[in-house]
Ligand binder design. Structure first.
Ligand code: HEC
Length: 126
């Protein structure tokens, strides 16, 4: 019984890893440089232990961290052609993001516009 459950969850997690080639290319051109080995404390890609405390912040917060930068991570994570939805796909890929998302995410999403408006205003300052 336990083995059956294990196999089922392995299939589920490999399905969650299915990702566009375009997103993989973007990952391999930018995020990989720090997140493959964990440069300066970067959470290592697909390391659930590293990502658990990050995921607790909610996806919107994580997106904001990438857009603005966070400590040793430069704003944009060194991707110069990533859209916001690319970043979300990258974060989901790197963190083995659970699908469907956990319920608190829905509440968190309502804050994202306010945060993004702040980001755009900061960008347009002289
Ligand atoms: C120059 C190195 C570097 C690159 C390139 C980089 N990161 Fe990071 N990233 C870091 C570091 C270091 C941290 C940990 C920051 C901390 O918590 O102090 C981090 C943390 C994160 C976090 C967690 C943020 C949080 O709020 O906890 C996410 C999400 C993330 N990176 C996504 C990305 C994505 C997506 C890319 C590619 C577009 C990327 N990173 C590229 C260094 C990098």
């Amino acid at each position: 019984m336990y083995k059956v459950f294990l196999a089922a969850s392995l299939i589920a997690s490999s399905a969650a890893l299915a990702v566009d080639q375009d997103i993989l290319d973007k990952y391999n051109n930018s995020c990989v440089n720090c997140h493959a080995t964990g440069v300066s404390g970067a959470p290592i890609t697909h390391n659930d232990q590293h990502w658990a405390p990050r995921l607790e912040k909610g996806l919107s917060r994580l997106l904001i961290s990438v857009l603005f930068g966070l400590n040793a991570m430069p704003a944009g994570g060194l991707c110069f052609n990533c859209s916001d939805s690319d970043y979300i796909a990258l974060i989901k890929y790197m963190s083995n993001y659970p699908e469907p998302p956990p319920p608190p995410e829905e509440i968190e999403e309502s804050n994202i516009l306010l945060l993004l408006i702040g980001h755009k205003m900061k960008q347009s300052e002289p």
